[in-house]
Ligand binder design. Structure first.
Ligand code: PLP
Length: 388
């Protein structure tokens, strides 16, 4: 029926690029059952170990009993429940912005924000290593799309000063998802303020993990958090928060603009209120349980120490994303496969997701990993390195 599709798939397979899903048969955790076998896993974004927490499960069940299972309407028709509303207010308060707005996913939040705020007469300036959803959003917006080399603020500054676009929007991951490094947020903001540009920060991997009480990357400085009316803050709720969804926090007029014109907000069913109910509980645990962030930090330190003598090097990262740089795709895939044979899951990330010749193992740590789990991974890598 579609011979060109079959041909394309066959080529993918020949190049070793055919991606296959594995079937997870247990809750998401540091130990999972997949395709009938138990594994120690370093793949999930459940950084605080909340995805399977009993209090969240209980809140979700309560939410289901109160609101049912489906929202059955969009937010602007009659799907905006009191649980959604309470959660939005709590998120605004927690992140220190006047207002916050829930989206169904981070992907949809990025699409919604960018397309609602900029169009044909405007320009977007984006870090080259940004998440795919931000790039897709930029293309969909029809604004001029200009990219700068990773963290190259001098280049960004040149690009901003030579642009005469009506609105200028700078976009950056706050924590880069394949590198684990943190963007120079204060400096980025200073450049944006100087050139009257808005700054969209995607804190998918920082929210819950970084800053005082897990309030995110803007709260990283010890003294005062970074705040400015120029910032539009986006974070996801399916990673450290352990549930699902995303939110945008910003000035009131930005949020009101999104409600009026973000198409991925308007033309979609509201997420089940039971998820918002679970997230209200998650937010409390994020705030209270400092020990989770402490355990995570200890795991990061432990891993970096334990991997020091390997022939491969960890990228400089202080976040739960710890990429081990391998280089060649085939080698990265082979190491990932050897680990899997030993019952350990670590994904190999290859181009085009990362730049050419920088294939890597992306190790994701969680507060729920035991010290023993981390050492077990380190030992397996040492053994594989000796055989290589
Ligand atoms: C995961 C992720 C997203 C998408 O969030 P979802 O809620 O999974 O759609 C957006 N940006 C970054 C940087 C991410 O890592």
């Amino acid at each position: 029926m579609f011979p060109d599709l079959s041909e394309q798939l066959r080529q993918r397979e020949q190049q070793g690029l055919l991606r296959q899903r594995k079937i997870l048969e247990s809750p998401q955790s540091t130990h999972v059952t997949m395709d009938g076998r138990d594994y120690l896993a370093f793949c999930s974004n459940d950084y605080l170990g909340l995805a399977n927490h009993l209090d969240l499960i209980e809140s979700a069940s309560k939410g289901a009993r109160r609101y049912g299972v489906g929202a059955s309407a969009s937010h602007l028709i009659n799907g905006h429940s009191s649980a959604h509303h309470v959660l939005e207010e709590a998120l605004a308060e927690f992140t220190g912005f006047p207002r916050a707005l829930l989206f169904s996913t981070g992907y949809m939040a990025n699409i919604g924000v960018v397309t609602a705020l900029v169009g044909r007469e405007d320009a977007i300036f984006a870090d080259k290593l940004n998440h795919a959803s931000l790039n897709d959003a930029a293309l969909l917006s029809r604004a001029e799309f200009i990219r700068y080399p990773h963290d190259d603020l001098a280049r960004l500054e040149q690009q901003l000063s030579s642009s005469n676009a009506r609105r200028k929007l700078v976009i950056s991951d706050a924590v880069f998802s394949m590198e684990g490094d943190i963007a120079p947020i204060s400096e980025l903001l200073a450049v944006c303020e100087k050139h009257q540009a808005m700054l969209l920060l995607d804190d998918a991997h920082g929210f819950g993990v970084l800053g005082r009480q897990g309030r995110g990357s803007l709260f990283l400085p010890d003294c005062t958090p970074i705040h400015s009316p120029n910032i539009i803050y986006m974070a996801t709720l399916g990673k450290a928060a352990g549930v699902f969804g995303a939110f945008v926090a910003a000035q009131a007029e930005v949020i009101e603009t999104l409600i009026q014109s973000a198409r991925s907000y308007i033309y979609t069913t509201a997420t089940p209120p039971l998820l918002a109910q679970a997230l209200i509980t998650s937010l409390k645990l994020i705030q209270q349980d400092e020990w989770r962030r402490d355990a995570l930090t200890q795991n990061i330190v432990r891993l970096r120490e334990a991997l020091q003598s390997l022939p491969w090097k960890l990228l400089p990262s202080s976040t739960p994303i710890q990429p081990l740089l391998i280089g060649e795709s085939a080698v990265a895939v082979c190491i990932s496969q050897r680990l899997r044979e030993r019952g350990i899951l670590v994904p190999a990330i290859r181009p085009p997701t990362v730049p050419p010749n920088t294939a890597r193992l992306r190790i994701s740590l969680s507060a729920a990993h035991q010290p023993h789990d981390v050492l077990c991974l380190a030992e397996a890598l040492q053994e594989i390195a000796l055989q290589a």
